[in-house]
Structures are given as structure tokens and as C-alpha cells.
Design a protein. Structure first.
Length: 216
């Protein structure tokens, strides 16, 4: 079995060791390198070429945001999950704008981090579920207060409403009741959203919409 190679970047040794112990209980995950700051994260990433980098934000010298920016300028593809204490939407938006593929809080269950690693390793995006709502709030603020461009791939106002309710954890039946439309209509909206954004799940739709600043 090919293992997912992980680089952990965090300035606290005990945190790195704790994460390493948790991850290596999984048969398909291996920690191949550790970094205590952004400079080391960039250097070691180039050397070991990990499948996924777990990146803290607050580190001495070059911080995590600066490290992500530098890594994303490389020709090599580096997939990054931000692992942080920050629940502020500003940090979430900034990391996504810089190109991070994932965002997980340090107080999350181990299963959440493991799911994020496997998802990002497969080339998809992962935002911790309770943070997705913050993402869509900002997306909704941007899209609903600016007039859209004449773009065949733009979302309608109704589709924006549907994404927001999806992020709140509502299933199609609940969305239908909330918007006073049929469940079949909701399914059609969800299908159209996925097609327009070329995504395969609901979290990816919200992330794509924010990253590309799509207009309603």
C-alpha cells in the first residue's frame, strides 16, 4: 500500500509529536518530515516532496501564510492543509486565496484531520464542516451585494441561497421547505451548481465559489 507522505509544520515540538503519533496509527499515512517555521517548511517540502503539508499559521520568522504563498509559486504541486487554532473567517479566506486546499482546527477530532488528509491527497479540497458556514457567509455577502457579470457560468441568486443552506447542513428536503420550493427543484439547483462549478460535492462548491469570486 502506498502511504500518504506528510510534512508537519508547527513551531511547537510537542504538537508535532502528538500529531505524528495520531497519524501514524493509520496504515496509509506516514510523517516523513517536520518543520518548526515557514522557512523550514518550504525547504523540507522541496526535499521530501510530501503528498500533504500540515501548516500552522503562527510561526516565528516566515509564518504559515508566507510559506503557503512561496510554495504555491513553485512548479511542483504542494497540497496544503492549514492546521490552526484560528476560527476567524479572515484567516480561512486568506488561506484559500493563497491556494491552500484544506482548513482544520487544532481542536478537531483526529478523524476530521485524517479525513482531510485523505481528501486533499486525492486532489480535492476539505474545509472543516463547522467552518464551511463562515465561508459561505462571506461568499453570500460578496455575491449578493454586487451585480454579476454576463457569464454563462455565473450562479443565480437562488443557487447562491441553495449553497448557503447546504453549508448550514440542510438536506434537500429541508432546503425545499425553507425556500418554499419542491424537493425536485432543489435537486435541479444542486445539479446545476455542480455542473457550473465543475465540482463533485457540496463543500467543494462553496470553496470554488469563494475562490473564484463568482457573482449571482
Amino acid at each position: 500500500m502506498k502511504k500518504i507522505k506528510i510534512l508537519i509544520a508547527d513551531d511547537h515540538l510537542m504538537v508535532r509529536q502528538g500529531i505524528k503519533q495520531i497519524l501514524e496509527l493509520e496504515n496509509d499515512i506516514e510523517v516523513v518530515s517536520q518543520a518548526s517555521n515557514g522557512e523550514e517548511a518550504v525547504k523540507f517540502a522541496k526535499e521530501v516532496k510530501p503528498d500533504v503539508i500540515l501548516m500552522d499559521i503562527n510561526m516565528p520568522g516566515m509564518n504559515g501564510l508566507e510559506a503557503i504563498k512561496e510554495l504555491k509559486q513553485e512548479k511542483e504541486i504542494f497540497r496544503v492543509i492549514v492546521l490552526t487554532i484560528h476560527q476567524d473567517r479572515e484567516y480561512l479566506f486568506k488561506t484559500l486565496q493563497l491556494g491552500a486546499e484544506g482548513y482544520v482546527l487544532k481542536d478537531a477530532e483526529a478523524s476530521v484531520l485524517i479525513e482531510a488528509i485523505r481528501t486533499v491527497s486525492d486532489g480535492e479540497s476539505y474545509i472543516q464542516p463547522n467552518m464551511t458556514r463562515e465561508l459561505v457567509k462571506e461568499f453570500n455577502r460578496v455575491t449578493m451585494h454586487e451585480k454579476g457579470k454576463d457569464d454563462e457560468n455565473s450562479l443565480t441568486s437562488r443557487e447562491v441561497e441553495v449553497i448557503e443552506l447546504i453549508a448550514e447542513g440542510l438536506i434537500n428536503k429541508e432546503i425545499a421547505k425553507k425556500l418554499f420550493i419542491s424537493e425536485k427543484t432543489v435537486k435541479n439547483h444542486v445539479s446545476n451548481i455542480f455542473k457550473k462549478l465543475n465540482v463533485s460535492d457540496r463543500t467543494q462548491a462553496a470553496i470554488y465559489a469563494f475562490k473564484h469570486n463568482l457573482k449571482s
